[in-house]
Design a protein around this ligand. Sequence first.
Ligand SMILES: [Zn+2]
Ligand SMILES: [Zn+2]
Length: 214
Amino acid sequence: MINIQKLVFNPFQVNTFVVSDESRQCVLIDAACYGDDENRILEDHIQKEKLVPVRLIYTHCHTDHILGNTFVQERYHLEPEVHPKGKLFWEMAKEFSSVFGLSYDGSMKPTRFLEEGDEVRFGSSSLRVLYTPGHADGSICLWNETQQFVIAGDVLFYGSLGRADLPTGNFEVLKDSIRQKLFTLPDETVVYPGHGPQTTIGFEKRNNPFVALD
Ligand SMILES: [Zn+2]
Ligand SMILES: [Zn+2]
């Protein structure tokens, strides 16, 4: 049984997900903690739940989502795993962060890459990688069919969708990603976005003002 814990970090209110199962192994998705106090909140949470972080994954490499990378990488000896097409963002993390008034002084050189269809295994569970560009190149979603949920990054939000006006963004590509990769999942699938509350595929198919199906 997979357990999903959400911690909200940094001025951009990014959802960091700690996804674990009965093995106590966990996957950290979008380690967005910023500064010592938030690093401590993540660390305390992991310790309190007696979890062992085994993988560190980013839905995409926008600066607000990777702010905790240096801390998590060093604290838990994990290599960040990303989609290779997000290269621009991890290479320019420092420059992009200053645009948003944040400081990211760590370097990020991913050595593990995830592509469409890959299975992210941990404990006795796995998540399937869906490639969903349009908000940013290299954006992935992580889907679990058994428990019917998807970690959606900044692709699909409750009643909204990700910005398409940032570098490598494209509104038509984003809509295609949502309609072809997410709206083909069962209606009951719970969506955990990179910001804000959860929703479901069925709700967004009927009600999302940008991508609802007629
Ligand atoms: Zn983003
Ligand atoms: Zn974001």
